[in-house]
Structure formats: C-alpha cells, structure tokens
Design a protein around this ligand. Structure first.
Ligand SMILES: *Cc1c(COP(=O)(O)O)cnc(C)c1O
Length: 291
C-alpha cells in the first residue's frame, strides 16, 4: 500500500487518559479518500471473488459501505448496483449522490422489500456477485485480519473498535496476538445475537481475549446524544483526530468512559481503530461539529 506507517499509527494524549496509560489511533480513515476505513478491507477479497462480474450490494442512505463499494468498483472498472433501503427521496443524500456520481446504479426498494432481500440474499442475480449489507461475510472477515498488519502494533495491550455487524471485530480478534485484549464497542441498541455471530465467524481460531461491550450506543444505531456530540468536539480539539457520529465517536466516548471508570490499569497501552466513516457527518447541520 502507498501510505507511510507514521500516518497510520498516531499516538495521542487526552486529559482523561489515566497516568501510566498510553493510547494511539490506527487511522484507517487514511487508507483511501473514499473507500474509507474498514470498508476497504472488507471489500478487498469480495472484489477479488467477483472476478470482474458486476456487483450488487445493499445499504441505507448514509451507508459508508455503499460509497466505499461505489468507489472501489469505479477504481477496478467493475459495474455495480446499490440496493437502497427506502423510497427514493426528492433529493439524494450526500452519500448516495457521491455513489451515483461514481457510477453506481441505485435501486430504491421499500423498507419491507429491503428486509426481505437482506434476510434472504438473492443468489445469482443475473450473474452478479452479491456482497451482503456492510460487507458482512467470510471474505470480509478475511480482509479485516490484515488491518493489524498495517503497522507494528504488537506492543498494545488493548485493541478497541466500533462494532456494527461484527465483521471487523472478528478480523481484528483473529489478527491480534496472544495476550492482547480486543474489545468491541457495539453501536447498536439491544444487539442480542451479535456476540454469537462474532463467535461463529471466529470458528474457535482466536488467541486474543475478546469481549463485546453493549453500553455505549447513545440511544441506538445512528442516534446521537448531546454528550456524544460534545465528546466528538472535545476529542478533536485535544487530539486533532476527527471522528464520526455513528461509529468512531462512540468508540472514543466508550474509551473515555471506561478509562474514567478505571478499566485500564497503569501500564495499559490502548490501540483504538479508526474505522473511517467521516463522510456520514455530512448528515449533520453545519456547525454542530467544530471540524
Ligand atoms: C461499517 C463501519 C463499522 C462497522 O463495521 P462492522 O464490521 O460491520 O462491525 C465501523 N466503523 C465504521 C466507520 C464503519 O463504516
């Protein structure tokens, strides 16, 4: 890949890190301008498996996965269709406008139809290669195993990431070394089966100790709270690192709350994985965030 390790692994300090605890951010948001963050890794082996066939995938109006797929397919000259949840709005979201400009064909379906299609993913859609919503499949996990190879991260004691489908978490757990703890921060409310799904993806191969933490969703998927928005601004002012409202802002908020509750003993070295997604902040009114 084209980037320097210095740009990818960024140590940071904040007022809330306890004495004797170090932290760094693994900046996946910098791997590609549009195929941001973990989606680059989830798409890697999926597009390889597509082997030039057209690609069909699924997502909502602000989906990072939809935009990443559009951009990656554009780069590789692959035709792609995004099945979008909900009726076509009079004006496309920032995300969908960009995806369409990159050549993705958008197919709007009702929420009910969308649920049917994603629960029971159609096979062999006119010979297309189907990537499930969020890149949530075995090829996605395989790509995510490579995230921790971007830099030498063996010295970190705790690896933390935001969790939607758990694909990235499963890859990080498999990529971590014995002795490292991998903590996933769920951004969903009541994600009852998520832990079991991650365990299934792992197939008992992991060496790292891991856990899924459920208390940091701030109201649910894509919901924000005043304390989340204030935290995102504070974190940016202290570190210069921008985060997003759906995933990485909740990750750094969780890290702070955990640190304040004494979850990290002195000598801990935290690695937070910035999974990208900054384009989603375009859904906010101007001025809510300070960057
Ligand atoms: C998609 C996404 C996630 C969630 O990844 P999963 O593998 O589905 O758990 C986390 N962060 C960002 C920024 C994302 O876009």
């Amino acid at each position: 890949m084209r980037f320097a390790t210095d740009d990818i692994l960024q140590p940071f300090n904040t007022t809330w890190l306890p004495p004797g605890v170090e932290a760094a951010m693994l900046r996946l948001d910098r791997v590609h301008p549009l195929v941001s963050g973990n989606k680059w890794f989830k798409l890697k082996y999926n597009l390889e498996a597509a082997a030039g066939r057209p690609v069909v995938t699924f997502g909502g109006a602000w989906s990072n996965h939809i935009l990443a797929t559009a951009a990656a397919c554009r780069e590789q000259g692959i035709r792609c269709t995004g099945v979008i949840r909900g009726e076509q709005p009079p004006q496309l979201s920032h995300t969908l406008g960009q995806a369409q400009a990159l050549g993705m064909e958008l197919l709007f379906v009702s929420r009910e139809q969308y649920r049917r299609m994603t629960d029971n993913v159609p096979i062999g859609w006119n010979g297309a290669y189907i990537i499930p919503e969020g890149g949530h499949n075995e090829a996605g996990v395989r790509g995510c195993r490579e995230i921790l190879q971007l830099a030498d991260v063996s010295r970190y004691t705790h690896i933390l990431c935001a969790v939607g489908t758990g694909t990235t978490l499963a890859g990080l757990i498999q990529g971590a070394v014995a002795g490292q703890a991998v903590w996933g921060i769920s951004v969903l409310k009541g994600a009852g089966t998520l832990e079991m799904e991650v365990r299934e993806m792992l197939e008992g191969t992991e060496e790292a100790a891991w856990q899924l933490l459920q208390g940091f969703h701030e109201g649910g998927y894509a919901k924000t709270s005043p304390r989340l928005l204030a935290h995102i601004n504070d974190f940016y002012r202290e570190t210069g690192i921008p985060t997003d409202i759906v995933y990485t802002g909740k990750l750094t908020l969780a890290a702070r709350l955990l640190a304040e509750n004494g979850a990290f003993p002195p000598g801990s070295r935290l690695l937070l994985v910035h999974t990208g997604g900054l384009q989603g902040n375009e859904s906010l009114a101007k001025g809510v965030l300070c960057f």
